[in-house]
Design a protein around this ligand. Structure first.
Ligand code: NAG
Ligand code: NAG
Ligand code: NAG
Ligand code: NAG
Ligand code: NAG
Ligand code: NAG
Ligand code: NAG
Ligand code: NAG
Ligand code: NAG
Ligand code: NAG
Ligand code: NAG
Ligand code: NAG
Ligand code: CU
Length: 574
């Protein structure tokens, strides 16, 4: 009996050691219904009936785990066309559920619905969802929280609470009217009237102090802040008075933790940070502002205001009265040195559990210029662009992308690309020039619906080079369907003879949106292991509207699990 018990104890011991390492439960399916409808919302003493999901602004939070399936039925009950994009979700073989209008699907029209159906594969942290047609995402957005698989620990101490901090922009007038007017006049669109945190502008705006996000914390506890930049057109600096933040995850990929007083976050990026509430030392706790305001590098006007939220401590006995208020210092709007210093600290965790699978050799190298330019005012001899005979445009390798009137993915899948897109997107700029110096007098911007075709699983490198044609400017480039590794970046012109030697192929940060440095370049690498049609564009919405976008077509691989799935039966038509 003694031996038997020993064996049992040994067996149990082995099980106990093994169990926490195994997922305890199978993958789940998370069902949501998104009813897109108008809702009256008042901010800055201004009431507008804005498009919302289920009447909420910002929209509902999706909470899921790595490996789970997410099924969202989207019903359109407003007059505008709608699509929803699950920003950063890899969508392995399910490009039909990615969401960019006229790229992977036709819009969901008034009265119609569509079921998005996808799994979360190899990602953990924070992403977000937003509308992906015209400027509808200005009010249609919300968090996606991706917890680790059940039973799998976080690679950092478990926080006491988990809080989404979603940045947005509030417009007192309809953003659809604003971009329509700008496209008509050829000039820059009106800027937003306020930035928001979780939909609230906070006390630094007129008629707004009651619309302030307040985070109440307990002394000594740790909080995971899930920062999401859902703003339309502005990169943001963020800081919390008297609290150091520890960055642990960006774009749903773990990073090597580091401490900072300042975060730079571009539209399309997410950043998870740990905030440790101060210990209870018996002194009266202070109230601390959390502030965000723009990092702006272009020559145009921008919303130069500051959003504030409040961090306050639960009272402990005897210290309720007279709390001082502290505000953090933020850099000036164009402090590129500070911006660079933050982004170059980011490194993949690159641990045995979370390795960085960086492409070490490159099958398909690309060099893309990105930036703004001008074209003659069409028809009308004068307009309100950079000069009175030109209007704004934006391009990659001098091609300003024309939106098709049917979805690229459907055309690709059905083999009917003719008349929808061409496969001649240039792999290098048509004419080399000093990209960050004095621009040529005529940059010959053309337009078209051009794509690059990639074989399945090609290893791809794209060097994105900012141009100073109008002004050097940071552009947050977002790639759908993939995470990429940021293997290098620098200022000035990229030099293919010199710069690759300095690339980090060991622990580069992995993400889906990267700021192309103002007057500089960035190099990204990824494996084209996801068949479909994948959009790549600037996440400053006005630049996307002006044409700073292109698409990749990734062909099927030979094996069944390397092929794009067939389209869902309820896929909208154009
Ligand atoms: C918004 O408020 C206006 C004025 O009170 C009202 O006419 C309208 O029906 C409301 N819209 C919605 C969507 O509730
Ligand atoms: C979602 O997709 C999976 C895999 O294709 C399929 O089995 C399932 O029926 C779909 N669910 C819904 C609600 O469409
Ligand atoms: C944009 O701003 C200008 C100047 O304030 C104003 O006249 C115009 O009506 C605004 N456009 C829209 C669509 O709100
Ligand atoms: C608040 O209103 C005052 C008076 O109209 C104005 O001078 C000030 O610029 C406004 N402040 C903000 C932040 O809008
Ligand atoms: C932005 O606003 C600040 C005041 O908050 C002002 O000092 C600064 O000059 C403004 N910058 C620009 C570029 O408008
Ligand atoms: C908080 O930070 C401010 C500067 O932002 C500083 O003046 C103040 O002394 C700090 N207070 C505490 C309690 O650390
Ligand atoms: C930032 O903008 C100011 C004007 O507001 C300008 O004087 C300064 O040179 C700019 N700094 C950089 C680094 O571009
Ligand atoms: C364009 O602007 C210039 C200088 O501001 C002015 O002299 C010219 O008359 C304008 N042209 C037209 C057609 O308005
Ligand atoms: C490009 O222009 C910049 C700024 O004028 C200048 O410093 C640099 O030397 C130029 N580079 C080349 C290769 O001409
Ligand atoms: C641009 O135009 C100016 C004036 O017309 C001319 O002097 C200059 O040489 C041109 N520059 C280039 C690069 O063509
Ligand atoms: C696209 O290019 C054609 C000529 O190639 C031009 O007629 C048209 O105006 C351009 N459209 C845009 C939006 O730039
Ligand atoms: C909605 O999308 C359909 C299909 O592409 C298009 O024909 C229609 O013009 C769009 N409606 C609006 C209001 O944009
Ligand atoms: Cu841009």
């Amino acid at each position: 009996m003694g031996a038997h018990c020993q064996a049992l104890i040994l067996l149990l011991g082995t099980l106990l050691v093994l169990l926490p390492r195994l997922p305890l439960a199978g993958a789940a399916t998370r069902y949501y219904t998104f009813n897109v409808k108008l809702q009256n919302v008042t901010r800055l003493c201004n009431t507008r009936a804005i498009p919302t999901v289920n009447g909420k602004f910002p929209g509902p939070k999706i909470v899921t785990r790595e490996g789970d399936r997410v099924v969202v039925k989207v019903v359109n009950n407003i007059k505008d066309n709608i699509t929803i994009h699950w920003h950063g979700v890899r969508q392995m073989r399910t490009g039909w559920s990615d969401g960019p209008a006229y790229v992977t699907q036709c819009p969901i029209q008034t009265g119609q619905s569509f079921v998005y159906n996808f799994t979360i594969t190899g990602q953990r942290g924070t992403l977000f969802w937003h509308a992906h047609v015209s400027w509808m995402r200005s009010t249609l957005y919300g968090p996606i929280v991706i917890l680790p698989k059940s039973g799998v620990p976080l690679p950092f101490a478990k926080p006491h609470r988990d809080v989404a901090i979603v940045f947005g922009e509030w417009f007192n007038t309809d953003p659809e009217a604003i971009i329509a007017q700008a496209m008509q006049t050829g000039g820059g669109p009106n800027v937003s009237d306020a930035y928001t945190i979780n939909g609230l502008p906070g006390p630094l705006y007129n008629c707004s102090s009651k619309d302030t996000f307040r985070l109440k914390v307990r002394a000594g506890e740790t909080y995971l802040l899930r920062l999401i930049n859902a703003a339309l057109n502005d990169e943001l600096f963020f800081s919390v008075a008297n609290h150091t933040l520890t960055v642990v995850d960006v774009d749903a990929a773990y990073v090597k933790p580091f401490d900072t007083n300042l975060v730079l976050i571009t539209p399309g990026q997410t950043t998870n940070v740990l905030l440790r509430a101060k210990p209870n030392d018996g002194c009266p706790p202070a109230t601390h502002l959390m502030l965000a305001r723009p990092y702006a590098t272009g020559s145009g006007t921008f919303d130069n205001t500051t959003v504030a939220a409040v961090l306050e401590y639960y009272a402990t006995a005897g210290n309720i009265k007279s709390r001082p208020l502290f505000r953090p210092a933020l850099p000036v709007f164009n402090d590129t040195a500070v911006a660079t210093s933050f982004v170059t600290k980011l490194r993949s965790l690159a641990s045995p559990e979370y390795p960085a699978n960086v492409p070490r050799r490159v099958d398909k190298p690309f060099f893309f210029t990105v930036g703004l330019g001008t074209i003659p005012c069409p028809g009308n001899p004068t307009c309100q662009g950079p000069t009175n005979t030109t209007m704004f445009t934006a391009s990659m390798n001098n091609v300003s992308f024309n939106m098709p009137t049917t979805a690229l993915l459907q055309a690709h899948y059905s083999g009917n690309a003719a008349g929808v897109y061409t496969t001649d997107f240039p792999t290098t700029p048509p004419e080399p020039f000093n990209y960050t110096g004095t621009p040529p007098n005529n940059t010959n911007v053309s337009n078209g619906t051009k794509v690059v075709v990639l074989p399945y699983n090609a290893s791809v490198e794209v060097v994105l080079q900012d141009t100073s044609i109008l002004a050097a400017e940071s552009h947050p480039l977002h790639l759908h369907g993939f995470d990429f590794f940021v293997v290098g970046q620098g200022s000035g012109n990229y030099d293919p003879a010199k710069h690759p030697a300095g690339f980090n192929l060991v622990d580069p940060v992995q993400r889906n949106t990267v700021g192309v440095p103002a007057g500089g370049w960035v190099a990204i690498r990824f494996f084209a292991d996801n068949p479909g049609v994948w959009f790549m564009h600037c996440h400053l919405e006005v630049h996307t509207t002006w044409g700073l976008k292109m698409a990749w077509v990734v062909n099927d691989g030979p094996l069944p699990e390397q092929k794009l799935m067939p389209p869902p039966s309820d896929l909208p038509t154009c």
